[in-house]
Design a protein. Structure first.
Length: 278
């Protein structure tokens, strides 16, 4: 006689009788509390203002400290202020203090804003809102994309060619975007096309044959990194009234939005709401 696992036994019990609350009454699942008031999170995908060229696709920078760009940055900050964030989470290693030290100096008038988006957007807006701190939430985990391409080139030439086309498309795209205003660039980085580009990771996951999961292993690390970033964002929350603005490289945005949208403990707000209009 076959023995039932605890999960199988539970499943049979649930199927044997109607679930409480699923008869039209709209009941809650115990422990998830989906209907309760929840803090709000807005994920803003950005290009790297100071262009540290840490991404796989290398591009030239743009002068974000020029008078014209500074006017555009201030316009973007004004739009984000309408979200009324209570905390701002930034792309810096979780648990480190360097960013907070710089922010404290900036509030004291002892630090000039650097070109990167953490300071131009994060520090500027946090100070305007009177925030005592900013919150680093990044989790570092490198990807060996070169290895993935090498594996693909050895027996998966068609897949390697498709990946080359995707990565070859990104460089010129980013260069063309630099001709647009900061707001227009940010709209793109938070739009549909950028979300579609994230599918390249699932294409990369197909690299490898048999017991070799070279692509899937690297993409699993990417998912792990973004899941842990999302968890770090959740750790910032202190009350249901919190409104967390997350400013992060746009490549992270689709997964961060996915994880935070599925979280039972926060409500995800669409960035487009604050980027529309002239």
């Amino acid at each position: 006689m076959r023995r039932l696992t605890p999960f199988a036994l539970l499943l049979l019990l649930l199927l044997a009788r109607p679930l409480a609350g699923l008869d039209g009454a709209g009941g809650e699942i115990p422990g998830l509390d989906l209907a309760r008031p929840k803090p709000k999170v807005l994920v803003l995908g950005v290009f790297h203002f100071d262009n540290p060229n840490l991404d796989y696709v290398k591009t030239a920078g743009q002068d974000m400290l020029s008078p014209d760009r500074q006017r555009e940055v201030r316009d973007l900050v004004g739009r984000l202020a309408k979200f009324r964030p209570t905390k701002i989470a930034l792309e810096a290693a979780y648990g480190t203090s360097d960013l907070q030290k710089k922010y404290a100096l900036y509030r004291e008038g002892k630090h000039t804003l650097a070109a990167d988006e953490r300071e131009q957007l994060g520090f500027r807006l946090a100070a305007e809102q009177g925030h005592p701190a900013v919150y680093p939430v990044d989790y570092k985990k490198d990807m060996d994309i070169d290895r993935v391409f090498k594996v693909a080139a050895n027996g998966q030439s068609e897949l390697a060619e498709r990946l080359q086309k995707v990565f070859g498309y990104i460089g010129p795209l980013v260069e063309n975007l630099k001709q647009r205003s900061v707001l227009e660039q940010i709209r793109f980085h938070n739009g549909r096309e950028m979300e579609t580009l994230s599918r390249a990771y699932l294409l990369m996951a197909e690299v490898g044959k048999g017991a070799d999961y070279a692509g899937a292993d690297e993409v699993a690390g990417w998912y792990e990194r973004n899941l842990k970033i999302a968890v770090n964002v959740l750790r910032v929350v202190e009350s249901p009234q919190d409104r967390i603005l997350v400013i992060f490289g746009s490549g992270h945005r689709p997964l961060l939005c996915h994880f935070l949208r599925e979280s039972p403990d926060v409500e995800l707000v669409d960035a487009a709401e604050y980027l529309e209009g002239n």
